[in-house]
Write a protein that binds this ligand. Structure first.
Ligand code: FA5
Length: 343
């Protein structure tokens, strides 16, 4: 038995000298010292030894176990050290290098302008409502006093999905939806930003997809002068105290009377490409809500009146940031978009 233990000691130490990775260390631990390992196997013969031999062989077995354990530990530490060194070599990292800047995006100029406009109207007591870009013909047209054969539908050539469903051509359907939801309650005081779609030809001031913000106020004694006051306040908060607005008589089937509203152009009125040399930029359509629209949405038009407007966000953004072509908003040129980093 003594010879077998000495042989085991020799073999284990020798084998341990030749291994190259930490998994093998574990395998050898099991092979030599495990429950079913070679040392245990030899020690099973202890019962056959005489009482004098047993402590001597026991002590030798302990020494063999300690030797192997010590060697296993030494080899394990050495291999791990080597493995770490190899890993460091592979993933060499120079901590003295300056860090790479993290690319942070910024909000799109149209988003910024929508937020600014929302702030102005929230300050005047309006709340923000939401509508649908894919809209029913009924809300886009009929509920706004534009029956199926109404000639004014020609003004907004539309992208139809089915006969009854289309991409909304303006944010005005939100007027009808909001009033319907309010079930005759007043006051109604909402704005609603969103994308709209028309079969317009793209040029410096027109896009087939653009952004509008609808405004609607309904209550007792709401007058055209309230509309004018709200819009002037809006223009001055957006463009400065000297900003002026101009109301031009217009026609919308859902408002009566109706007005188109211009803001002084960024050229200061001298005339440029954007204002087509008029000194004014058309930014919105507006008017007093047509009594028929109020009635269709469940409001008593004898008792309540309202004003509504729909402004073009791109036109406002162009004026605010001196942008001379609406297409800049949609071409995703980072040189353009990054200028709004710190606005
Ligand atoms: C309308 O869309 C009406 N729904 C506005 C309205 C609402 C009137 C409530 C009365 C009551 P209009 O088609 O004029 O109106 O468009 C409103 C604004 O959207 C315009 O003043 C302009 O600023 C902008 N706009 C219109 N067409 C385009 C386009 N193709 N590209 C960019 N902006 C546009």
């Amino acid at each position: 038995m003594r010879e077998r233990l000495e042989q085991l000691n020799k073999e284990a130490l020798e084998e341990l000298c030749h291994i190259g990775n930490s998994q093998l260390v574990q395998d050898l631990r099991v092979k030599y010292l495990g429950k079913k390992g070679r040392l245990t196997e030899i020690l099973r013969g202890m019962g056959k030894l005489s009482a004098e031999e047993r402590p001597i062989i026991g002590q030798l077995a302990n020494t063999v176990r300690e030797n192997i354990e010590q060697k296993l530990e030494e080899v394990k530490v050495a291999i791990e050290k080597k493995e770490i060194e190899a890993k460091l070599q592979r993933e060499s990292l120079d901590v003295t290098l300056p860090g790479r800047p993290i690319q942070v995006g910024n909000r799109h100029p149209l988003t910024l302008v929508i937020e600014q406009i929302e702030d102005v109207f929230l300050g005047m007591g309006f709340t923000v409502a939401e509508g649908f870009e894919v809209e029913q013909d009924y809300y886009n047209f009929e509920a706004l006093n534009l029956p199926k054969d109404h000639p004014a539908r020609d003004m907004q050539d539309s992208f139809y999905i089915t006969e009854e469903i289309l991409m909304r051509t303006h944010t005005s359907p939100v007027q009808a939806r909001t009033m319907e939801k309010m079930e005759g309650e007043v006051p109604v005081k909402i704005i609603c930003p969103g994308r709209v779609y028309r079969r317009d030809n793209d040029d410096a001031t027109h896009s087939h997809v653009f952004t509008q913000i609808e405004g609607l106020m309904v209550g007792e004694n709401v007058r055209m002068s309230d509309l004018k006051g709200v819009l002037l306040e809006f223009a001055q908060q957006m463009f400065g105290e000297n900003a002026g607005i101009r109301l031009r008589p217009s026609f919308f089937p859902f408002t009566e009377p109706s007005a188109e509203v211009d803001v002084t152009c960024m050229c200061g009125g001298e005339g440029c490409k954007i204002c087509k040399n008029t000194g004014w930029i058309e930014v919105l359509g507006s008017g007093m809500v047509h009594p028929r629209v109020l009635e269709m949405a469940g409001y008593d038009s004898e008792k309540y009146t309202g004003f509504a407007f729909g402004l073009g966000v791109e036109r406002i953004a162009m004026k605010k940031y001196d942008i001379d072509d609406i297409r800049q908003f949609y071409t995703n040129d980072l040189r353009f978009l990054k200028q709004f980093n710190r606005v």
